[in-house]
Design a protein around this ligand. Structure first.
Ligand SMILES: NC(=O)c1ccc[n+]([C@@H]2O[C@H](COP(=O)([O-])OP(=O)(O)OC[C@H]3O[C@@H](n4cnc5c(N)ncnc54)[C@H](OP(=O)(O)O)[C@@H]3O)[C@@H](O)[C@H]2O)c1
Length: 255
């Protein structure tokens, strides 16, 4: 019997690396993001090559109807859900100073990163509680947060606020679901080479050169995926509400 994992944002960037790792670990996958399936053809094929059955669902995380459809289609195809990886997220379209931040951008970023993550987790957790117990744990939920949960960037305050909310969501759901044997943990990437950071590549190249990150290189989606897969595995049995920094040591305060 294979586990079924939902991976939001699972067809590109960090989410794709997570999907690949979970496919290698023997999971079937429901992959969710905004584009049409055709756009991710090669990515989804790479998951099937790793032995996974894959179902793609197109929708937006900030839509209640789309979240419900994601769960409904997952159940129709696979019958259950054992793992939820909340990877999907957006940065602000424009990096504006905190004093210029717009409500529109705040609503968009918080709506996807925070509200979408919280209510999809609520939906999937209810499903996990209602289904037959087949594996060592009833469920694993992993949030892809960010170092921005605790690091101030005044040119993208709404993103930092959204990731701080994800950090609290990790604690809240971990607390609520611990006695139900559903483990909820979080991975906090630092600066990872994906489409999201492509627009600010030069800035981060310079910071790496200046030694801002103790491990002096860009992080890779695979670096993050290893940590997410660990939290999804049976190796984790007595840990919930925790987060792991995958940030090249960026969180270390220095003098
Ligand atoms: N890259 C970094 O340095 C970094 C650092 C810390 C945290 N993170 C976090 O890591 C996660 C993945 O980021 P990434 O770097 O891999 O970025 P990315 O390459 O831009 O990928 C973002 C993913 O989220 C999906 N997504 C965006 N909006 C969505 C929506 N409304 N509904 C459903 N799916 C949506 C995207 O799907 P589409 O293809 O449909 O757009 C895509 O799959 C995010 O939560 C991000 O905040 C990234």
């Amino acid at each position: 019997m294979k586990k079924t994992a939902i991976v939001t944002g699972g067809a590109r960037g960090i989410g794709l690396a997570v999907s690949r790792k979970l496919a290698e670990q023997g999971c079937d996958l429901a992959v969710f993001s905004t584009g049409g399936e055709e756009r991710y053809k090669a990515a989804l094929e790479s998951l099937r090559e790793r032995g996974a059955r894959v179902h793609y669902v197109s929708g937006s995380l900030d839509s209640a109807a789309d979240r419900e459809r994601l769960l409904d289609e997952t159940l129709a195809v696979f019958g259950r859900v054992d793992i939820l990886v909340n990877d999907a997220g957006v940065a602000p379209k424009v990096r504006a100073d905190l004093l210029e931040m717009t409500e529109e951008s705040f609503d968009r970023v918080l709506g996807i990163n925070a509200k979408g993550t919280v209510f999809l987790t609520q939906l999937v957790a209810r499903q996990m509680l209602g289904q037959e117990r087949l594996f060592r744990h009833r469920g694993h939920i992993v949030n892809v947060g960010s170092c921005s949960a605790a690091v101030s960037s005044v040119s993208r305050g709404e993103y930092c606020l959204s990731k701080a909310a994800v950090g609290m969501a990790t604690l809240l759901f971990a607390d609520r679901l611990a006695a139900e044997d559903i483990l909820v943990n979080e991975v906090r990437p630092g600066v990872i080479a994906t489409d999201m950071t492509a627009a600010v590549q030069e800035k981060y190249d310079r910071l790496i050169e200046e030694g801002v990150f103790p491990i002096p290189r860009w992080g890779t989606p695979e670096d993050v995926a290893e940590a997410v897969a660990f939290f999804c595995s049976d190796a984790v049995g007595y840990t919930t509400g925790s987060f792991l920094d995958v940030d090249g040591g960026f969180h270390i305060r220095r003098l």
